[in-house]
Design a protein around this ligand. Structure first.
Ligand code: NAD
Length: 324
């Protein structure tokens, strides 16, 4: 089986993807500096604690482990923080990625799957959003991902580095059977925040009830982390089979409002979610839903988690332990 290097494999989506790769028999090497990841999220013997910026160590790892392809998750991910500390984001997400690509070029590794984001589309003019929609990020985080996508287009042309850019919508859920969970610090994602409110009794805030949506709250496309992980598997298979560079949206294709998420959390937990209402947050578009037809038709990917209650139920056991 091919040897895959997973950067950021000790993080939330990376650890779920490593689990899926190992289940399918891939040989997996994880590179992570544990800046936001967790040692115990990676199965024994696979983790190499190393920064993307240590080009020589990364090059040696690529050569020593005979790496065939890289899945690149490592980055900082908090949109709000990226608006306060843009230098931190451009340095880690853009310069860190370029350092990795340099090591890959030196080691002769020419296949990469890159974690991009729906944030590259900014405030889209319509939804569902196809990959051909205008690229116009509205925050520094989204801009870092656009910049890396552009670097990758040049490296394909000039170095023959083939890449799949996966633009994720709202990652959520967990794989309890794999002992895996979401553990962002601070937590900014809606489902864990609602589950935290249930466990602690401390109210969470719903930002904006006057959006032009049927119930006035924001609509998002919630994609289960295991379905995201499987998108990486089909992307790797595409590249290993000689496929060309592509960008794909990864979402279910249907949207849920914040009030619908609240109802699903209350149904799964059997408890009310303590909450209050606040004003809209700047930069939150009313509706973000993926058109993921391209990934479905070209790579044969289909999400398994299509109902919100199933997604919430997968996260509930680990979130109970986390906030208790
Ligand atoms: N979580 C989401 O909803 C979401 C949505 C869209 C895109 N993404 C992208 O998916 C990827 C993974 O997100 P996540 O939620 O798993 O984040 P995470 O913070 O849980 O994982 C990121 C991992 O990268 C590691 N890392 C960061 N900088 C590093 C560096 N310089 N060298 C080595 N390791 C480094 C961290 O230690 C961590 O383990 C990111 O690229 C993110 O931008 C996430």
């Amino acid at each position: 089986m091919p040897n895959i290097l997973v950067t950021g494999g000790a993080g939330y989506i990376g650890s779920h993807t490593v689990h899926q790769l190992l289940k399918r028999g891939y040989a997996v090497t994880v590179l992570d500096d544990l800046s936001t990841g967790f040692r115990d999220a990676v199965a024994e013997g696979h983790l190499h604690i190393c920064s993307l910026f240590d080009t020589e160590q990364v090059r040696q790892l690529l050569v020593r482990q005979k790496i065939d392809a890289v899945i690149h998750f490592a980055s900082f991910i908090a949109v709000g923080e990226s608006t306060k500390e843009p230098e931190k984001y451009f340095t880690n997400n853009v310069s860190g990625s370029i350092a990795l690509f340099t090591a890959m070029s030196q080691a002769g590794v020419d296949k990469l799957v890159f974690s991009s984001t729906a944030a590259v589309y900014g405030n889209p003019v319509s939804t569902p959003i196809p990959e051909t929609a205008a690229i116009q990020p509205v925050n520094a985080y989204g801009e870092t991902k656009v910049m890396v996508e552009r670097v990758l287009a040049w490296l394909d042309q000039l170095r023959g580095l083939r890449s799949v850019k996966l633009r994720y919508f709202n990652a959520c859920g967990a794989n309890p059977a794999g002992g895996l969970s979401e553990r962002h610090v601070p937590e900014t994602h809606l489902i864990p925040l609602m589950l935290k409110a249930v466990v602690t009794g401390q109210p969470m805030t719903i930002f904006g009830t006057d959006y032009p949506t049927p119930d006035g709250t924001c609509i998002r496309d919630y994609i289960h982390v295991d379905d995201l992980a499987k998108a990486h598997i089909v992307a790797i298979e595409h590249l290993l089979a000689g496929g060309a560079s592509e960008a794909f949206n990864v979402g279910t294709g249907s949207g849920c409002s914040v009030r619908e998420v609240l109802a699903a959390v209350e149904k799964v937990t059997g408890q009310p979610v303590p909450h209050s209402f606040g004003p809209r947050r700047e930069g939150d578009p009313a509706e973000l839903v993926a058109d993921s037809t391209k990934l479905r038709t070209q790579l044969g990917w289909t999400p398994e988690f299509t109902d919100l209650e199933g997604i919430v139920a997968s996260a509930w056991p680990s979130e109970q332990l986390r906030w208790a």
